[in-house]
Design a protein around this ligand. Structure first.
Ligand SMILES: Cc1cc2nc3c(=O)[nH]c(=O)nc-3n(C[C@H](O)[C@H](O)[C@H](O)COP(=O)(O)O)c2cc1C
Length: 197
């Protein structure tokens, strides 16, 4: 009653949506990924810094190179997924701030001249964007399987040799396959998670 979003959309994005562990063979097209990106790009980041970069893993060769750095069941899951994305932070995101934050282009140098500051801010904001991306995948009628169980230092060496991009999440996505979902685990109740001061 208190939400503006209709009940079907609430179900699609949250109540009925679950993390998928298996997928059908149905391909995920570049057009679908573009539609997802062009929706979720409008969600906010600090100074509009937009530090998330997505690397779509389509070729067999790239998939094998990625899976070599997966932990446990994440390897076979990733080999069987129709599409996989490596999510990384652009550690030089500040170079694009004059384009992305044109009314105050100086923040590139005043706030973000130090690499250590950029890494903290970039990681925080790219992680937010990862959440938006998962919801965008659901908005496209697909299911996502996000995974942090990878050796990301090794993934970076494998794919981002120049040290300017730092991976932090891998997401398999597509139409959910047989037995795609684990039973839903409980969530914290409102009173457990929310305090008013
Ligand atoms: C950031 C993140 C990292 C995760 N890493 C893994 C992983 O490495 N392997 C795995 O099997 N599941 C992984 N998961 C899946 C979670 O366990 C799952 O999303 C959570 O239990 C909620 O499940 P539900 O969507 O079915 O309710 C990850 C999820 C997130 C959001």
């Amino acid at each position: 009653m208190s939400l503006a979003l209709d009940a079907a959309a609430q179900d699609l994005l949250f109540r009925e949506a679950q993390t998928a562990n298996t997928f059908t063979d149905e391909p995920v097209t570049d057009e679908q990924v573009q539609a997802i990106y062009n929706l979720v790009k409008f969600a906010p980041t600090a100074f509009n810094q937009s530090p998330l970069r997505l690397t779509l893993v389509r070729s067999e060769d790239a998939r094998k190179r990625l899976v070599a750095h997966a932990m446990g069941a994440n390897g076979p899951k990733t080999l069987a997924a129709p599409l996989t994305a490596i999510l990384s932070v652009d550690l030089d995101f500040h170079e694009k701030l004059p384009q992305l934050f044109p009314h105050a282009p100086g923040v590139k140098d005043t706030f973000f001249s130090e690499a250590a500051v950029r890494e903290v801010a970039g990681t925080q904001n790219a992680t937010l964007q990862a959440g938006y991306f998962i919801l965008g995948i659901r908005a496209a009628g697909l299911a996502a399987g996000p995974m942090t169980g990878f050796d990301f230092a090794a993934v970076d060496k494998e794919f981002f040799g120049d040290g300017k991009q730092k991976s932090f999440l891998v997401i398999n996505f597509g139409k959910p396959g047989p037995d795609a979902f684990f039973p839903r685990s409980p969530r914290l109740e409102y009173t457990e998670a929310v305090t008013t001061i």
